[in-house]
Design a protein around this ligand. Sequence first.
Ligand code: FES
Length: 107
Amino acid sequence: MRLLALNDIEDGGFAEIEATIGDDAESLLLFRQGGQVRAWLNICPHAGRRLDWAPGKFLKDKQGHLICAAHGASFELEAGLCVAGPCRGDALRPVAVEVVDGQVRLL
Ligand code: FES
């Protein structure tokens, strides 16, 4: 299923999109790095809150980590591991996506 165009995401930036996974409507967090996109559920493993402070607006610190807007947990953006904050050692739940012909698709 097509989610959005690669160029809808700034390089090094994020996007949020709703998608149906299994039978559930989920909010996804997408992160672009060049021609690659990684995706996770937009759910913080700490208290289950959304990671964005407003829809589609995510915080990134100087180390390039994603910061949860709720209580400041920080996540590296390769595996989605929480590297600091209240859920250190936990990880975001990955969602498999691919980029084909400039389109980001759910696998
Ligand atoms: S819900 Fe993300 S740090 Fe608490």
